[in-house]
Design a protein around this ligand. Structure first.
Ligand code: BGC
Length: 750
């Protein structure tokens, strides 16, 4: 018998074993029992085949990095590839899977990964928008739907969630995350992971999640993408690592490296991050994929001398899979032969990757995600679109509403103006997955049609997003003059945020603001409402003076127009609150609520006092703070009661507050709990979010909201990098945003 035949026979018996073992294991949900199966498969594998599992290529259906290759099929056929990205649909992934399963010696199935970031076909608001809902159930639901659609199109793995803390709106990728806060970011990370992975990876509607980008990517100097990251271990551990730890706690199966260096060592070659922290301290058992050619880029970083060196460094650091870099395929074997790396490292990586394939059930049936009927029935399901509409509305943040300019009155005539008013292309935002950008998404114009007759809408584009041309101005001004109310839909184009889309200017681009000013001059007494679509906090210092109301709609996704219209007409009372601070100007950046006090904070008694940590041209405060967002109704906070003013390390402090809806609409309120650890072995932030609840109150209704706080909630990494809590005084507040002054105090005693 020849070698190939022997292998096939072995694999046949091996796979029969898998089926029964898989079934019982799935029932028990005890994945370590796959170990024996993985080991016996690995006993059949050559070194080349094992290396093949560590290689990922892009199929080029989508371009998410600088290189595109065309010879990937050749490599798939000979077992040089373990995973593919940027291939989807049942047909596409089936064809590719066939190449692997039917041509390679052992028929090991491929893993298909894709950037399913805020929806797959049905697109939800961009992640920064979704985070503004502070609705963990809703966020989990959106990623559950995304996983259902993606898996119905042959995908096994999403490169999400991005859990990078981002405090710099110049950085275009702030749009992909949950904003600036550690606590909220960690809770949201868990919700995404749960939604994508569900409770059982062997189900065909669940996919592997990926916590990215490990780590510090959001702290790129000057907000420039891929730029250097330098930070002390204190900041790393207290701010940037916690959302990743939360993802591990939620059971995330994979991690992705960051492009940036961290304190001189590129993340993709960073042993401290991956071996010491991720695997050592956190006991992460899944596999790590590099970012797109990030291993190779260690040459440009000046950390590796050549491509062989990059493979050595990345393997040593614990990077299991090489995305598009080719360096593992080309160099690992030689590195083992030369004893520059131990074969055990490759075995370990291969094992983890195979383990994931087992968990997904791919050894039972490599085509179990390839069902045409299911694909047809699943994508853009009406119930998914319903959630998308709700998510669009829930992510809206009402930034300004002078004289109750909103909600709109259905009987009035509206001048609908702006380059994004009829847009169906940008509305899905960056990383719009496989969502259609033409014909599928509901524009704001279309959304308004549910509420208004066409004759009540006087449309004029007015200007382009990024042009200085004023030829459309007059038409827009004429429409404004004829209408009762002016509704502007403006903002950034979708490719002005996302990857490699950093800006140094945070203003609305082109001459859009100029048009706003001209319209204000022409109709000084009419209500002007500005609806914004953008992927980052913007500098709206001019616009706040020109318009009556500002509704931040982000990029609201497939059902964006309907969700925004629901908010504009008061069918959905806006309740979103900012998760990233809006600065007064770009010079204040990075600006975030949980800053340190400095030795010279601005004194309340005299904000102009000399030699203080301030600017001479603008206040230190932002234009709109973290946690801020208006409603059509009003909520009053009264009567904060603490169960005690002294608590021990094993006690629970209960904080109660009464919230009353004193306005004229029913609505949701996001109630936020903050503390301030007054003295620490390292300085502590002036405020830290430690809890929140989203409640619903009918008009006139009151509710008591209760938070429980324990010593564990007050832990931080101290001066010795130990996660601990220190006794002492803490200030505490329950507030509608991060803009408040503490009035209550408690003491934590050992
Ligand atoms: C991005 C990742 C993404 C990957 C694959 C990279 O350029 O940084 O976030 O998952 O491409 O598309």
């Amino acid at each position: 018998m020849n070698q190939k035949l022997i292998s096939h026979i072995l694999l046949f018996f091996f796979c029969i074993g898998c089926v029964s073992i898989n079934n019982s294991i799935m029932a028990q949900n005890a994945p370590d029992k796959y170990e024996a199966k993985v080991d016996s498969l690995m006993n059949l594998m050559t070194l080349e085949e094992k290396i093949g599992q560590t290689v990922m290529y892009s199929g080029g259906w989508d371009k998410t990095g600088p290189t595109i290759r065309t010879d990937f099929e050749k490599h798939v056929k000979v077992g040089n590839v373990g995973a593919m990205l940027n291939v989807y649909t049942v047909k596409g992934t089936r064809e590719m899977q066939k190449l692997a399963v039917e041509n390679t010696r052992l028929g090991i199935p491929l893993l298909f990964g894709y950037d399913v970031i805020h929806g797959h076909r049905t697109i939800f608001p961009i992640n920064l928008g979704l985070s503004s809902s502070w609705d963990l159930d809703l966020i989990e639901q959106t990623s559950r739907i995304a996983a259902t659609e993606a898996s119905a199109e042959g995908l096994h793995w999403t490169f999400a969630p991005m859990v990078d803390i981002a405090r710099d709106p110049r950085w275009g990728r702030i749009s992909e995350g949950a904003g600036e806060d550690v606590y909220l970011g960690s809770e949201i990370a868990k919700a995404y992971v749960k939604g994508f992975q569900g409770d059982d990876l062997s189900k065909t509607n669940t996919i592997l999640a990926c916590a990215k980008h490990f780590v510090g990517y959001g702290a790129a100097q000057a907000g420039r993408d891929y730029h250097t990251v330098n930070m002390g271990e204190e900041e790393l551990r207290n701010v940037y690592l916690p959302p990743f730890k939360a993802a591990v706690d939620a059971g995330v199966e994979t991690f992705m490296t960051a492009f940036n260096e961290v304190n001189g060592v590129p993340a993709s070659g960073n042993k401290f991050l991956f071996r010491d922290i991720l695997r050592g301290e956190w006991d992460f058992k899944g596999f790590v994929v590099s970012d797109y050619t990030a291993i190779n880029e260690m040459i440009q970083h000046g950390f590796a001398k050549d491509s062989i060196d990059t493979a050595r460094l990345a393997m040593h650091a614990g990077i299991d899979m090489d995305m598009m870099g080719e360096v593992y395929r080309l160099h690992l074997k030689k590195l083992i032969e030369e004893e520059a790396i131990d074969v055990a490292l490759v075995n370990e990586s291969c094992k983890k990757i195979l383990m994931a394939k087992f968990k997904l059930g791919l050894f039972d049936d490599p085509y179990r995600y390839n069902d045409e009927q299911r694909e047809k029935e699943t994508i853009y399901k009406p119930e998914f679109l319903k959630v998308a509409r709700e998510a669009a509305a829930a992510s809206n943040v009402l930034l300004q509403n002078k004289n109750e300019a909103l909600p709109l009155d259905k009987t009035k005539t509206i001048a609908l103006i702006g380059p994004l008013a009829k847009d169906e292309f940008h509305i899905n935002g960056n990383w719009g997955g496989a969502g259609d950008r033409k014909g599928k998404s509901v524009s704001i114009y279309e959304g308004l049609q549910d509420y208004l007759k066409d004759s009540q809408m006087l449309y004029a584009k007015g200007c382009e997003i990024e042009s200085e041309d004023e030829k459309g101005f007059q038409e827009a001004i004429n429409a404004a003059k004829k209408a009762d109310v002016v509704l502007l839909v403006m903002g950034e184009s979708y490719h002005m945020s996302g990857e490699a889309a950093s800006r140094t200017n945070l203003r609305i681009p082109g001459n859009q603001t100029k048009l706003i000013k001209k319209i204000r001059e022409a109709v000084p007494n009419k209500k002007i409402i500005l609806v914004l679509m953008n992927g980052r906090p913007l500098n709206l210092s001019d616009e706040v003076n020109e318009v009556d109301a500002i509704l931040e709609a982000w990029y609201p996704g497939t059902m964006g127009g309907s969700g925004v219209a629901d908010v504009l007409f008061g069918i959905y009372n806006p309740s979103g609150k900012l998760t990233a601070t809006f600065p007064r100007n770009v010079g204040q950046v990075p600006i975030y609520y949980n800053m340190k006090n400095t030795g010279r904070p601005i004194p309340e008694r005299d904000p102009k006092e000399d030699y203080k940590s301030n600017y001479i041209d603008v206040p230190n405060t932002p234009l709109f703070p973290f946690g801020y967002g208006l409603s059509y109704t009003k909520f009053e906070y009264s009567d904060l009661k603490l169960s005690d003013t002294n608590i021990g390390f094993n006690d629970t402090l209960t904080a109660d507050i009464t919230i009353t809806n004193t306005g004229n609409y029913d609505g949701h309120e996001i109630v936020q709990l903050y503390v301030h650890d007054k003295v620490g072995s390292i300085t502590r932030p002036v405020k830290e979010l430690k809890g929140f609840q989203k409640i619903f109150l009918k008009k006139g209704e009151s509710k008591t909201v209760t938070f429980n706080l324990t010593a564990a909630d007050l832990k931080f990494y101290n001066d010795e990098n130990k996660f601990t809590v220190e006794p002492g005084e803490f200030e505490i507040a329950i507030a509608p945003s991060s803009d408040f002054k503490f009035k209550h105090i408690f003491t934590l005693k050992e």
